[in-house]
Write a protein that binds this ligand. Structure first.
Ligand code: SIN
Length: 313
């Protein structure tokens, strides 16, 4: 049997989809994101995205406006971030991920705002459905990003563990790691975000079940509803370990003009913190697309403890 290195979405398809690992990630070629894409091409990209959870485009020559216009083909585009106070002039939807804003940690430059596995803004009652990240300035090496497939992580758990996880909810909190006393710390403290999400989320488009926990937003309280702190902590550690097993991941090497587009309902990602000691700048721009309120396997919805839904236009 021969397995092709690329997939053809349909016989009329003009895009090429090249899977990048066994479970996760595909590189799409034959698409110029600066152009007005046909509904057919958008549908093919969506299909590849739902299957591979993150798709990559290379050598794109787009700016903020084109990135936002492309994102709008997939849903409502949210403001940059619940706590973003300084988006680029005229582009409130753009979140700059800019090492020049983050200073240093342990004597090394911080190359992204977070260096732990996370799914974007899951402290919200409705975390983004999708995120699109475009690379602009990069170190000559290092500073890659990795994604993990939370559906594969769930499906490969033993049935008994899946059944146990299916009924649990975990608390997701936006941890305030801004310098104490800073204006940013005050903004975050003034608008806390805290939500109980099902540990296993049913994907609203594919019906797949995903292990919806990652350290970024659950490590602050390490709380699983109705479990004590010790059991919650052990259980979350075990689930995070399963969610980020190397075999479920893909690692993307950025170049200027690279674009990564991920399904935030089925992945977690990690900005690999291996470039800080090199001292180079790293600048990328992200947009997010409005998401729905997650549902567990029995149909229960996430429950907001603090904060409002984050809506796009
Ligand atoms: C993000 O978490 O959205 C940014 C990832 C990165 O900096 O590579």
């Amino acid at each position: 049997m021969t397995i092709a290195a690329t997939e053809q979405i349909s016989t009329e398809s003009t895009i090429t989809v090249a899977p990048q690992s066994g479970y996760t990630g595909a590189e799409i070629s034959g698409v110029d994101l600066s152009e007005e894409l046909s509904d057919q091409v958008i549908a093919e990209i969506r299909q590849a995205l739902l299957k591979w959870k993150v798709v990559f485009f290379r050598d794109q020559t787009i700016g903020h406006a084109e990135q936002i216009a492309f994102a709008r083909r997939f849903g409502k585009v949210t403001p940059a971030h619940p706590y973003e106070e300084n988006p680029p002039e005229g582009f409130p939807e753009i979140l700059p991920i800019d090492s020049r804003r983050y200073g240093t940690q342990y004597g090394r430059k911080r190359t992204s705002y977070d260096s732990s596995w996370h799914t974007d803004v899951t402290a919200l009652i409705n975390p983004p459905a999708f995120s699109i990240l475009r690379a602009d300035i990069l170190p000559p090496y290092g500073g890659d990003t990795a994604w993990t497939n939370l559906v594969a992580a769930y499906e490969n758990l033993p049935a008994e563990v899946r059944a146990f996880a299916d009924v649990l909810d975990a608390e997701h909190t936006f941890e305030n790691r801004a310098t104490q006393g800073s204006a940013r710390a005050a903004v975050i403290d003034g608008k806390p975000l805290r939500t109980f999400h099902p540990v296993v989320r049913v994907h609203p488009e594919t019906g797949e079940r995903a292990l919806f926990v990652s350290p970024g937003f659950t490590r602050k309280t390490k709380t699983v509803r109705n479990l004590g702190p010790r059991l919650s902590s052990h259980l979350l550690d075990a689930l995070w370990e399963e969610a980020t097993r190397t075999e479920y991941t893909v690692r993307f090497r950025w170049a200027p003009g690279s674009v990564a587009f991920w399904d935030n309902r089925a992945t977690a990602h990690l900005a690999i913190p291996d470039a800080g000691h090199l001292g180079y700048d790293r600048v990328l721009y992200r947009v997010t697309i409005e998401g729905d309120v997650p549902r567990g396997v029995d149909g229960r919805l996430s429950e907001s403890l603090e904060g409002e839904a984050f809506l796009g236009a």
